[in-house]
Design a binder for this molecule. Sequence first.
Ligand SMILES: C[C@@](CO)(OP(=O)(O)O)[C@H](O)COP(=O)(O)OP(=O)(O)OC[C@H]1O[C@@H](n2ccc(N)nc2=O)[C@H](O)[C@@H]1O
Ligand SMILES: Nc1ncnc2c1ncn2[C@@H]1O[C@H](COP(=O)(O)OP(=O)(O)O)[C@@H](O)[C@H]1O
Length: 310
Amino acid sequence: MSQSQHATQHNFTSGNVCFVQSYAKINLTLDVLGKRPDGYHELATLMQTIDLYDTICLSRIDEDRVDMVCNVPELSNENNLVIHAAQAIRQKLGLRQGLAIELHKRIPVAAGLGGGSSNAAAVLQALQQWWQLPLSQDDLWQMAADLGSDVPFFLTGGLALCEGRGEKIVPQVANLPEAWRWLLLVKPAIGVSTATVFRQLTASDYSTGSWSRAVQAALQNQQPLFSSDLHNCLERGVLEQYAEVAQARAAVLHAGASNVRLSGSGPSLFSFFPTLTEAALVQHQLQTQGYEVYLTRALTTDGSPIHFFH
Ligand SMILES: C[C@@](CO)(OP(=O)(O)O)[C@H](O)COP(=O)(O)OP(=O)(O)OC[C@H]1O[C@@H](n2ccc(N)nc2=O)[C@H](O)[C@@H]1O
Ligand SMILES: Nc1ncnc2c1ncn2[C@@H]1O[C@H](COP(=O)(O)OP(=O)(O)O)[C@@H](O)[C@H]1O
């Protein structure tokens, strides 16, 4: 029996079974620099893993195939990224060892929280460690990047500056202001397609990358940061296009939050609080209005709570 802590996954293996925790992310900042010839957008985004996770149970099976069940019925099919990740590894190494995957989702789906990407990275990393595969970090990174723009970030997690289409990762020392100790996530009752949100961008939404780089520098130097320093270039389009998100944003502010931002392509919104009491009060108010709300916090690469500065 062994227990290991690598990157954002907590793995627990026992004989033929391996359990993995697969964490969600928020985008503290998200700059879109412009559209690339390949159709993707050039990004600079500061991503941070948070204490909200799916659980994945991997078991060896005798047959040469990958099976999967999920507690969210519409995700129980071969398009699930956990199957793509397992098949990518089997194909790359010509493995015939079969696998059964149980996926228990807690991270809201299509919510801007990176759940599918996190699950894919968790499977890549768990199989690499559990089966002691001869894959380099570069091999893993390439497989992750082929699975999706956000997947490489989840191989390291914690806090990172992500550039290119999101796949170029520069890990940062996880270090946030004291005022950001508690994190409230509000998930409006709609799913949002990432591709649609990018399609609706206009040139006036683009930035130079300066929002993310300024916040990165302030965090590294432990300088004061304000909620107005955080920016997401996708937010304008999402607030205009989806009334549910604009309403939820207004409700969060009305409930007493001093800051609120969209995570990724949304629809999830996040707010920071210095104390648990303040966060819990706002959470309670929003829950009584019927909102889906999560009270959580930021994590380091090994899944432990991060360091805060004054
Ligand atoms: C916006 C972000 C911010 O972290 O997250 P989510 O809101 O999805 O969580 C990511 O860039 C999402 O990453 P991911 O969900 O892996 O995207 P992919 O599967 O690679 O791409 C989905 C679609 O989004 C668009 N896309 C994605 C990334 C990028 N840099 N430019 C794009 O234009 C493309 O239309 C692409 O077909
Ligand atoms: N394991 C998975 N978990 C969640 N969604 C998945 C998974 N595998 C494939 N998907 C697909 O990916 C889409 C985006 O889901 P998700 O990763 O949760 O959101 P986001 O891209 O907003 O962070 C979903 O609509 C779903 O069809």
